[in-house]
Ligand binder design. Structure first.
Ligand code: ADP
Ligand code: MG
Length: 328
């Protein structure tokens, strides 16, 4: 199978919304009047982001999911994406499940594959997504990192730390019952980008970010961009899915230190952290309901710079957690 057969077989799909999709030198998109394009790229590199024997279906899903998560953080509606793929060989047993799950997630979000590049080389998957945000009264409605204000509530969506829990089991640091491990591994391999929540929070949230490197590290980006500080209540550790399991297995077997490490600095969560005025709590709850995505209020924004951790009793805790940094 040559390069063009490969593209035709796996990646050339109808693109009814785009003006022009795969097959020419450029794809053509026509953003609707009164909207802005939101654009983001993310790369998955073998040995860095995934193990060499990683399941191709999970990779197809995750490669697009992490990009859609960036659109979610901006409150953008997905439109289209491009796929730059470097592959050791044109292996159909790899390509078929990869393309199937990639395109299934794309269809779920109405995001069309409009182009890309295909070369031979070490496995590397780079996706660029394009989304749309309305401009209202001359102002973008995109959610940014820079809008958090002192007094705002601080929220996270879904559950945190599950992917890290799965990673610790794979690393042999932790033992878990099979059913709980399967749930944690599904969170690691098949994150659900919170696109509906991001859209629903337009006009409500003052700042947002998606959590890829761990809550505290990513929250730090909001604090820096917004020139504010925050207080985080660490008893939100109960957001781990394993801690919500009925048999209460987790609280008995995962020690407190591991729980906090996973939740506060786990990485690979692909949930949203966002801030909103305290006066808009009902609007936040309505947005979460409309997006069928639970949200938890975990703290607040302070005028004083810096990140403060407090436990359930209100006592302060040292912040010794480090988030992921490729070059640290
Ligand atoms: P060019 O050399 O002009 O950049 P290519 O030969 O690389 O074009 O690609 C031919 C067409 O196939 C282009 O429209 C390109 O966008 C598309 N394409 C290439 N690789 C992929 C891919 N992995 N997924 C989707 N479209 C692709
Ligand atoms: Mg090319």
């Amino acid at each position: 199978m040559g390069e063009f057969d490969l593209i035709a077989r796996y990646f050339h799909r109808p693109t009814p919304r785009a003006v022009l999709g795969v097959g020419d030198d450029c794809a053509l998109l026509a953003p609707r009047p009164g909207t802005q394009l939101a654009i983001s790229s993310d790369m998955l590199v073998e040995g860095r982001h995934f193990f060499p024997d990683a399941d191709p279906a999970s990779l197809g899903h995750k490669a697009l999911a992490v990009n859609l998560s960036d659109l979610a953080a901006c409150g953008a509606t997905p439109l289209a994406f491009t796929l730059a793929l470097s592959l050791p060989q044109a292996d159909e047993a790899w390509l078929a499940p990869f393309a199937r799950s990639l395109l299934a997630l794309a269809d779920e979000h109405g995001c069309e594959l409009v182009g890309g590049d295909t070369t031979q080389g070490p496995l590397n998957i780079c996706i660029t997504v394009f989304g749309e945000v309305p401009v209202v009264n001359g102002r973008s409605t995109a959610l940014l990192r820079s809008g958090a204000q002192a007094g705002n509530d601080l929220y996270v969506s879904g559950t945190l730390g599950d992917a890290r829990l799965a990673l610790e089991v794979l690393r042999g640091q932790l033992d878990m019952p099979a059913a709980l491990f399967a749930a944690a591994q599904a969170r690691m391999d098949r994150p659900s980008p919170r696109v509906a929540l991001g859209r629903a929070l337009r006009g409500i949230a003052t700042a947002a970010i998606d959590l890829s490197d761990g809550l505290l590290g990513d929250l730090g980006h909001i604090l820096k961009a917004s020139r504010v500080g925050a207080t985080v209540h660490t008893d939100i550790a109960t957001t781990l899915i394993a801690l919500q399991a009925e048999d209460a297995w987790a609280s008995a077997f995962i020690d407190q230190k591991m729980q906090l490490q996973c939740v506060l600095a786990g990485g690979d969560d692909y949930e949203l952290a966002f801030t909103a005025p305290a006066a808009l709590r009902d609007a936040v709850a309505a947005a979460a309901l409309s997006a069928a995505t639970p949200v938890t209020r975990i703290g607040h924004i302070d005028a004083t710079r810096g990140l403060r951790l407090v436990d359930g009793a209100g006592d302060s805790l040292p912040n010794t957690y480090t988030s992921f940094d490729h070059f640290a």
